[in-house]
Design a protein around this ligand. Structure first.
Ligand SMILES: Cc1cc2nc3c(=O)[nH]c(=O)nc-3n(C[C@H](O)[C@H](O)[C@H](O)COP(=O)(O)O)c2cc1C
Ligand SMILES: CCCCCCC(=O)C(=O)O
Length: 379
């Protein structure tokens, strides 16, 4: 309790210079980013039905708190894949972070290290697997966009991640092709075409050796070809599993049958996610999918969650519904755009603080006991 009071006082006294709400972070980020870049980050696909639904659905879920428990300390430590973490948070993979800040993923990884929050580095990051590992010995996972064009490039990246000390491979399965993003189409904007996402490709020996033409524009075109992977199937997942000793997590699972297939194929965890409404528009809110998937998975493998999480209360709802951990997406990217490494640190810190306060008020002293909470969804 004393700790929490101290933190609240610090926020009040020293930190008012930093934005506090998601909207405030977004407003500062919008001012600092180039117009096309901000639009690329903030918008959803199609008519943004799903991007909006992620929020409305989260707001429809209510916490039914417990009373008369000693919550003088709130323990948010979390166990995941055999590791103990200080909080239930990870940072979702977000590509091309130099679009938000010149230090890109380097700044984000350093901020994560401060809180020992796992950073999931994107395949299409501005900084390479090794550059990020050099600046941060905090927990790091690597997100893979499967390359059907040349699977050896994917295995090479997995191998590099393993060698550089990354703890898990996250295979994103909802991005077999680019989403229907009308804002980017109208503006003719693509950070990939501008070369922001080439960090891991330009440093990959297998990818570079496969190129006939090493001119900048051809490299970028090849990268674009590699990222699209409409042929990805469960067999490729089985093959990836054979090629690494690292745990494999599938990101982008929404259907309970796919969650069960993930178990069948020996996958080590899933991230229930609709990519923040950026891929298939019209799909179920991530939080509603979580409720269904939790029922069938029944603790066989860890379930992580993202899409629409904007504050600690959202995270507590997801954890109470059945997530083992929660990934923060756009909020940290806005922190990065607004104030670089310190911005990301502030965003993470406040997520943790608000989660502690929420759990305390809900009568939960240890995150491990969150199942004691009731959860109700309005129609
Ligand atoms: C600008 C941007 C780039 C992204 N890049 C990736 C990526 O490279 N790989 C990936 O798996 N997901 C990517 N995502 C999706 C996020 O990992 C995450 O699923 C999403 O941001 C969650 O939604 P939220 O930000 O609304 O909470 C990206 C999201 C954004 C906003
Ligand atoms: C085939 C689509 C590549 C998108 C790469 C970045 C990303 O995931 C995003 O949401 O944007």
């Amino acid at each position: 309790m004393e700790n929490r009071d101290k933190l609240m006082k610090e926020i009040g006294e020293n930190e008012m210079a930093f934005p506090l709400t998601f909207k405030e972070w977004e407003d500062v980020a919008k001012e600092k980013m180039i117009t096309g870049g901000y639009q690329y980050v903030s918008k959803g696909a199609g008519s943004e039905e799903t991007a909006k639904r992620n929020r409305t659905a989260l707001e429809k879920w209510s916490i039914i708190p417990r009373m008369l428990n000693d919550v003088s300390t709130v323990d948010v430590t979390t166990e995941l894949l055999g590791n103990k973490y200080a909080s239930p948070f990870l940072l979702s993979p977000i590509g091309m972070q130099k679009l938000a800040h010149t230090n890109g993923e380097i700044a984000t990884a350093q901020a994560c290290k401060k809180f020992m929050v796992p950073f999931i580095l994107s395949t299409v990051s501005s900084c390479s697997i090794e550059e990020v590992a050099e600046v941060s010995n905090g927990p790091k996972w690597f997100q893979l966009y499967w390359s059907h064009e040349n699977p050896e490039v994917s295995y090479s990246m997995i191998h590099r991640a393993e060698k550089a000390g990354y703890e898990a491979i996250v295979v994103t399965v909802d991005t077999v092709m680019a989403g229907w993003r009308e804002g980017d189409m109208k503006a003719g904007f693509s950070p990939l075409s501008l070369g922001y996402g080439s960090g891991n490709y330009k440093t990959d020996p297998v990818f570079m050796a496969s190129l006939k033409d090493k001119e900048e524009q051809s490299i970028i075109e090849e990268i674009l070809t590699h990222i699209q992977h409409p042929q990805l199937t469960w067999d490729a997942i089985a093959e990836i599993k054979k090629r690494t000793t690292l745990p494999i997590i599938l990101k982008g699972i929404l259907h309970k049958e796919d969650a069960l297939l993930a178990v069948k194929y020996g996958v080590d965890g899933i991230i229930v996610s609709n990519h923040g409404g950026r891929q298939l528009d019209g799909v179920i809110a991530s939080i509603d999918a979580l409720a269904e998937i939790k029922e069938v998975i029944d603790k066989q493998i860890p379930i992580l969650f993202d899409s629409g999480v904007r504050r600690g209360v959202d995270a507590v709802k997801a954890l109470a519904i059945g997530a083992d951990a929660v990934c923060i997406g756009r909020p940290y990217l806005y922190g990065l755009a607004a104030h670089g490494k310190v911005g990301v640190e502030k965003v993470i810190e406040r997520f943790i603080q608000e989660t502690e306060v929420t759990l305390g008020l809900a009568g939960i002293a240890r995150l491990a006991e969150i199942e004691r909470l009731g959860m109700k969804r309005e129609k």
